[in-house]
Design a protein around this ligand. Sequence first.
Ligand code: AQP
Length: 331
Amino acid sequence: MADGRPIIFSGIQPTGRKHLGNFIGAIRQYVEGQDRGDPAIFCVVDLHSISVPYEPADLRERVLDTAAILLAAGLDPERCIFFRQSDVREHTELTWLLSAVTSHGDLDRMTQFKEKSGRARELASAALFYYPVLMAADVLAYRATEVPVGDDQRQHVELMREIARRFNARFGEVLVVPELVLPEVGARIMDLQEPERKMSTTGGTEAGTVLVLDDEKTIRKKVGSAVTDSGREVRAAPDKPGVTNLIDILAVARGTGRAEIEREFDGLGYGDFKRAVADGVVELLAPVRERYEELRPDEAGLEATLAAGAEKARAIAAATLVDVRERMGFG
Ligand code: AQP
């Protein structure tokens, strides 16, 4: 941390199907963080994607899709470090070293593993089970002080904090215990069709998941058919998950809070409200889609950006690994 500025790190999975939840919960925070962080480091976490079945031939394409989405959303490689996880091998080495201070019981308590492995628990890959250790290595390799993520990653960040504490207690003060940073509004955007569950890449409904790359017509259709309730009141409340979710989405799009949205739509019906939400989401995402169309064809340019970022990232991670290896008695 230089001059009290945070070291920010966060990672995002490679897919072209990034959704409004990813955008609001994570990508928006990255763009804001790049001027606050010193440095701010963002990474397309391709190593994480092998924890579920995947196509090797698609993986590189999905990394480039995601890189183009993030750059289109406003990441600027001049103001942050932006790279592909597998280009920096220190992540995998540190994963193994951190496993010395991670217990089987820690990993067994992770709800994401339980949800994603479901009833086929015995068949789930060891990589899915081990995912939180790799995520801990991602962040701890940079001695990051802040981890901007959505609420679904809270448990994983708590575990990485515990891993850092245990490592320091066992081997000496080498790692930094990072802080979880959630957005004030929109830490958990819900599926528009099933607002009791989060908007998700793999687990959500097609109609309830707004993609960053959806065109205007599709966005309007999805928002227009969002589940609300039988009332008329635009008010955030635990028994109104659909309306609350739309209020949060509009609050983020307008850069205001829930109260302002509730005041504005006081006495108006859900029709007017949903139209405003659709306008807000279109305004938020249309510029990203347009810029993505310009950036995505330049694969050599995207590769060069990621490679330059990897070089900067490697220099930082390698220095941490020197300290970790030394304290652990290697080399
Ligand atoms: N619904 C959400 N609301 C707010 N933030 C969210 N995030 C994910 N869903 C929501 C945040 O997005 C960041 C990137 O996530 P990711 O692409 O690395 O992987 P993920 O968590 O696997 O994405 P999904 O959509 O949640 O996929 P599924 O459901 O298939 O696992 C993270 O910071 C995450 O918190």
